[in-house]
Design a protein around this ligand. Structure first.
Ligand SMILES: [Zn+2]
Ligand SMILES: [Zn+2]
Length: 537
């Protein structure tokens, strides 16, 4: 039976353009998806744009657009950027589709039937000058945990998730006046009821998840899981399928987290498969790819939702949560104006190079910092001088001296064993979410290839010892074919180009070799050198 892999990439919020912090966090997902497909697994790799919630309504107001227009505009830009960056989602959708909305309503009804939803009157921030209840995102105040300035739902300083009513000295963001508390009727999700299941999930993954993920999750469990408001006093979002809540909408995080499920269902529907059979199969492996600010949503709230829907649904196995990429020693943020969009990078570098840089420098276990000179340096050294040079030195030489005719296959055992070992090593690293180490290992292959070439110096052999030249060149061509195949999850465009040149048609996670009957033509450089002075980010 085929191995089933579910991969959920975090849903970007449709209120900005993608910058390289998002990219660094999401790239591991594409690498994992491509690797598993190559390995022959049945992959469901989904994501989409998170389109509801207050910030989008605020942007809409500011820009004189409807929330739908704002969300659609950014969604379209995400689709283009992901496509330019060669992301291979099986489905990249958005939360505004009828499919998503109707399925979310279905799930919520089930969750209610299972006793996870209740009604409660609660104090809510009311702005007397705006004459309405204001949502958590529309208020600012002082964080009761750390004393920093915090939003109503989360403190960006200490990452505590907050109840808006706990905020000290809350003010309305719209008009700046202090807010008062008034009673309002709401629906609650009984997250506390899933405590045991979530604790069990953490216990099982203590040694699998990254330290930050374990720490964040433990923190929530230690504090005691609090039930979460499921309804919001807002008119932009999914309607609640219960009487008496027409003036409210579903809390955006429930809606967005359920996107993993609605998108998975959609993919399976199109493939003629049953999504729930796959998701309740204990052998299915589930990966979630995100930034560290989203950890509790994926290790606490999502497992809570899954438990409420059906305890048999697989909860996250692997949480690939990235730290931050800083720029100039500072956390990147819209307000600091130090965000570089992915589109900007694409003006200077091919997608493979951007993918390589942010995975080689992936903020897996600690924050990393971005600098243009590091980027240019790595592009020139690893890709132009390393990968590209090895391919080009061999192929151009054959084209020039031998009219592109390739030597017969004669692969040395040591070269072959090295390659076979790398498939195993890199495969294991990717499966365990150690993507950065996997990319370092890919770089080790690039170095091995160039060293082999330099040590054997085939350019000194072609006249004096043609037999030895053929042997060395055969090994080099074999290395090129496998280097392309192994780095294909990371640099798919270059891999495709190289494999086509050498007549490699197979796309398995296994040894490949070149087609000796191919005659090389149109050999061109794989990566072009970039000058630092030319890059204006
Ligand atoms: Zn705080
Ligand atoms: Zn106000």
């Amino acid at each position: 039976m085929k191995e089933h892999i579910f991969i959920g990439g975090a849903w970007p919020y449709a209120n900005y353009r993608l910058h390289f912090g998002h990219l660094a966090a999401l790239l591991p997902g594409d690498m994992i998806a491509r690797y598993y497909r190559q390995k022959g697994a049945q992959v469901i790799y989904v994501s989409g744009s998170d389109c509801h919630g207050t910030p989008i309504t605020q942007t809409a107001k500011k820009d004189g657009l409807s929330p739908e227009e704002v969300a659609q505009k950014y969604h379209d830009s995400f689709v283009k950027t992901f496509s330019d960056m060669d992301f291979s989602y099986d489905l990249y959708t958005l939360t505004m589709t009828d499919f998503h909305k109707s399925h979310v309503q279905e799930y919520i009804k089930k969750i209610a039937e299972h006793g996870y939803i209740y009604e409660k009157e609660e104090d809510e921030n009311y702005c007397t000058s705006c004459e309405r209840f204001v949502s958590d995102r529309e208020i600012v105040g002082t964080c009761p945990v750390c004393g920093g300035q915090a939003n109503g739902d989360q403190c960006d300083h200490c990452l505590s998730s907050l109840n808006a009513t706990e905020l000290i000295s809350p003010c309305c963001k719209n008009c700046g006046n202090p807010t008062v508390l008034r009673k309002n009727k709401h629906l609650y999700f009984k997250l506390s009821k899933a405590t045991k299941a979530i604790q069990k999930l953490l216990d099982q993954h203590k040694n699998v998840w990254r330290q930050t993920t374990v720490n964040e999750t433990s923190k929530y469990l230690k504090q005691g899981l609090r039930d979460r408001a499921l309804s919001r006093q807002i008119d932009w979002g999914i309607k609640l399928p219960f009487a008496g809540f027409d003036d409210k909408r579903m809390y955006v995080w429930f809606d967005a987290l359920m996107g993993y499920l609605t998108a998975g269902e959609k993919v399976c529907q199109e493939r003629g498969e049953n999504f729930w059979d796959i998701m309740t199969n204990p052998a299915t492996k589930c990966y979630y790819i995100l930034g560290k600010d989203n950890i509790p949503f994926h290790t606490v709230i999502l497992p809570g939702i899954l438990e409420a829907l059906n305890p048999k649904i697989k909860k996250p196995d692997m949480i690939i949560a990235c730290e931050y990429v800083n720029a100039g020693g500072e956390k990147m943020s819209k307000s600091k104006g130090n965000l570089t969009t992915v589109d900007k990078l694409l003006e200077y570098f091919p997608s493979d190079s951007i993918r390589y840089f942010f995975m080689f420098n992936n903020p897996e276990k600690r924050d990393t910092s971005f600098s243009t000179s590091d980027f240019v340096d790595i592009h020139n050294k690893h890709l132009v001088g390393g990968y590209g040079n090895f391919v080009n030195r061999n192929l151009s030489f054959l084209q020039k001296r031998f009219n592109g005719v390739l030597p017969k296959q004669q692969i040395s055992d040591d070269v072959r064993n090295f390659v076979l070992e790398e498939y195993k090593k890199i495969g294991n690293l990717i499966e365990n979410g150690e993507n950065r180490a996997a990319v370092e290992e890919m770089f080790a292959i690039i170095k091995y290839c160039n060293k082999y070439y330099d040590d054997c110096a085939p350019w000194t052999l072609y006249e004096s010892n043609k037999a030895e030249f053929d042997k060395v060149t055969s090994n080099c061509l074999y290395l090129i074919a496998n280097l392309a195949n192994i780095t294909s999850p990371l640099m798919p465009s270059a891999a495709k180009k190289v494999k086509a040149l050498l007549g490699v048609n197979k796309n398995d996670w296994a040894e490949v070799t070149y087609d000796e009957n191919i005659v090389l033509s149109d050999v061109s450089v794989l990566f072009n050198r970039v000058k630092l002075d030319d890059v204006k980010l």
